[in-house]
Design a protein around this ligand. Sequence first.
Ligand code: SAH
Length: 206
Amino acid sequence: MRKKDLELALEKIGGWRFPSPKKTYEQYTTPSSIAADLAWTAYTRGDIEGRVVADLGAGTGILAYAAAMLGASTVLAVEIDPDTLRILSLKAEGDPRIHVVQADVGNLVLSSMVDTVLQNPPFGVVRRHADRVFFEKALELARTVYTLHKANPDTRRLLLGIAEKRGFRCVVAKTYNFPLPQVYREHFRRIYYVSVDAYICRRLEG
Ligand code: SAH
């Protein structure tokens, strides 16, 4: 499979949009091009195939699905919102490796670590620090973390500082132009774009 095939496959499955997005949960789907690119980046670094992957704030499941298609052994898709869980569960029926868990990520406890977290959490615009909760939880649960956050210098400093304290080496690998539906902002345009950083964090052993 090539990255483009993954993107096309995700598009073909479709139905990733939130039918009625809830503002408090900051529900916006990762476009298939970005989902495929992020999952592919993780895949080429050996962090997906045969790995246990968690998708925190999985939404309708596009990242979870991408990980499963790239050969993850198990994918945990964690989501808080019951309406979204229904869609996510239907999607998960398409792949037996995807397991759906209802939980508030802030309170999530797992009996063992996962190899990789692949996540696009809330950006913490509506609920301040929601993004940080996801970032810290990902570092707690995984050896390697791929995570998207709104790009700005303060957030970068903050997240990179947290990662260092937790014994991770972390880089901002790329920045995407991410489309947000208008519902999240009073605006004339139907969609507007924000810059979103992709962080890759790896636990330093020893
Ligand atoms: N990861 C998906 C959805 C991103 S939107 C994608 O990339 O398309 C963020 C998701 O996080 C939403 O589905 C929202 O309901 C969920 N969410 C928000 N707060 C949460 C929390 N505290 N615990 C678990 N999920 C949460």
